[in-house]
Design a protein around this ligand. Structure first.
Ligand code: SF4
Ligand code: SF4
Length: 88
């Protein structure tokens, strides 16, 4: 697994539980996928620490950033939301 440095994981926010595609357009909405009877929606939300696809606080980035995509559920969801990620 090799990160391609696309920066997408630092530019989006994932919301679980609602099909925003059916709910109509929401600000910054990108897409909704369904995994195991649950909806996951991706929204544009760029981290303030990102500059040109590089993390400016890489050495002290939060644990959730270090581990992303952590767990079987998030790994499967991220695979569906961003199949081009080099870390899956
Ligand atoms: S972990 Fe995946 S989505 Fe994030 S920068 Fe690397 S290749 Fe892109
Ligand atoms: S802190 Fe760094 S690794 Fe975490 S989301 Fe922001 S830019 Fe990405």
């Amino acid at each position: 697994m090799t990160c391609k440095g696309c920066g997408l994981c630092c530019k989006v926010w994932i919301v679980k539980g609602k099909d925003f595609k059916l709910a109509g357009m929401r600000k910054n909405f990108i897409k909704t996928i369904k995994f195991e009877d649950c909806y996951y929606s991706m929204f544009e939300s760029e981290c303030k620490h990102l500059r040109g696809n590089r993390c400016m606080v890489y050495d002290r980035r939060p644990e959730q950033c270090k581990k992303f995509p952590e767990g079987k559920e998030m790994l499967a969801v991220w695979k569906l939301l961003n199949p081009d990620c080099g870390m899956i």
